[in-house]
Design a protein around this ligand. Sequence first.
Ligand code: SAH
Length: 218
Amino acid sequence: MNEQLGIGMTSQRTRDRLIAQLQELGIKDQRVLSVMRKVPRHLFMAEALASRAYENTSLPIGHGQTISQPYMVARMTELLIEDGLPENVLEVGTGSGYQSSILASLVPRVFSVERIRPLQDQAKKVLADVGFRNINFKHSDGGWGWKVCGPYQGILAAAAPVEIPMNLLEQLVVGAKLIIPIGEEGKQVLQRVTRTEAAYEVETIEPVSFVPFLKGRA
Ligand code: SAH
């Protein structure tokens, strides 16, 4: 849209620069890079911030929340799909809907839970406008997961609880992965938890900084 206005802040060239940065930061999965090159991130934020949409940074989306940093979206998605594309994914923390759009570009069905109603309503609208038809939304505390639509072949959380929520683990099929930041603010790490026949295998990936995983609906 802005291309037509000749502004260029959201042009394909600007987007390609972000993709080059993600590669420099170690993102290798071509499937992830390819969808991130196409999805218009500037539509998932207030117009006043759109000129910064293709910087590798998180940005405010209101209600004290942020749209995740592109590197983090790429990294989490890469970790989720490394061993194959899941058929269905549960996302906790719809936020702006940007991460949902990346997931929905790669997997057949996405189920997205958000505790702040106005954020989810806005995300729903943008995602419908952009043309996504394979995302289901629920206004709820993601600590419960979304049991009736599960179990899931993958779960991704964009807010950090202090401990891994049991409900999320229970809604994974055997072999599936949960990608989640864990820990108190200032000392969080990204973890990948794989459900095995008998237990769960936890890998600690890297230090991260996410908003806290809060209880209840707002
Ligand atoms: N992936 C989103 C990230 C948004 S920030 C994006 O790129 O825009 C994380 C989101 O998690 C916030 O919107 C916050 O409200 C939500 N959140 C925090 N705790 C939650 C919980 N228990 N259940 C559901 N959503 C939660």
